[in-house]
Design a protein. Structure first.
Length: 255
């Protein structure tokens, strides 16, 4: 057994993933209930994108350790990545039954329900998550689009502000808040300042140029609007959101 561990370690130092995998598979065949080896195999297969194999070893861990919450968490993450959203939901709910106070499980359940289109449930789990992680901008940002879809723009704007407060260089949140202001035709100077910050961080994202163009359009500064909207079109091409904004500009009579 020690020789196989030694070979696996040597292969790992050489960067020989196939060699490491072969030795761990041999150890697993000799000790099928060795949790550490199973997790090693899960890691190797996940990194290589072999999600089915990774899930197979996680199920073996669960078979030998039915209360192993982390195995269910990792299985759910793999199922999310592979698009098996209902299976992921079941895996994450199993964690709730085993360890209800697991620190991250409500976030993963929020992700899963968001992927399934169950927005009310996604909001419920994300909000529970905030009870544990009030300083995590990622959770607030995930809630923004959900509240916007529900028509609760004040909540969406509040959570965007909170995201930016926690992460002042969150370019997506900066652009999103600026765009929401522009779309609603309010706080246009602030919208422009926010989008300027987003563009300073990520100057090659066409959607940010589009947001700036839309803000200037709503402000009535059409020359600047055209400059930004045309730049957005160059960067993003046939983006579904950008083209209507440019068409709206072209159809607007010159002042």
């Amino acid at each position: 057994m020690k020789s196989h561990f030694g070979l696996a370690s040597a292969y790992d130092r050489l960067g020989d993933e196939k060699g490491v995998l072969a030795e761990l598979e041999t150890i697993h065949a000799l000790e099928p209930d060795n949790k550490l080896i199973c997790y090693g195999l899960v890691s190797l297969h996940t990194l290589a994108g072999r999600y089915d194999k990774a899930a197979e070893y996680l199920r073996r861990i669960i078979e030998h350790n039915p209360a192993e919450a982390n195995a269910y968490v990792n299985l759910g993450i793999i199922q999310l990545r592979s698009g098996s959203f209902e299976a992921a939901r079941d895996s994450f709910m199993a964690v709730k039954n085993i360890a209800e106070d697991h620190p991250e499980i409500n976030f993963y359940l929020g992700l899963t329900h968001e992927a399934l289109g169950n927005n009310a449930e996604a909001i419920r789990f994300y909000e529970i998550c905030l009870d544990f992680f009030q300083d995590k901008p990622l959770v607030y940002f995930h809630l923004v689009a959900l509240y916007e879809q529900q028509g609760d723009f004040l909540k969406a704007i509040d959570y965007l502000k909170r995201t930016i407060e926690l992460d002042p260089e969150h370019d997506e949140a900066l652009n999103y808040l600026g765009y929401l202001y522009a779309e609603r035709g309010e706080n246009l100077d602030e919208a422009i300042r926010l989008i300027e910050r987003a563009l300073a961080l990520e100057p090659t994202i066409g959607a940010y140029w589009d947001s700036m163009g839309w803000a200037y359009f709503k402000k009535g500064e059409y020359a600047k609007a055209r400059e930004y909207l045309e730049k957005a079109l160059i960067l993003e091409g046939k983006d579904a959101e950008i083209q209507p904004h440019l068409i709206r500009y072209w159809l607007t009579p010159a002042p």
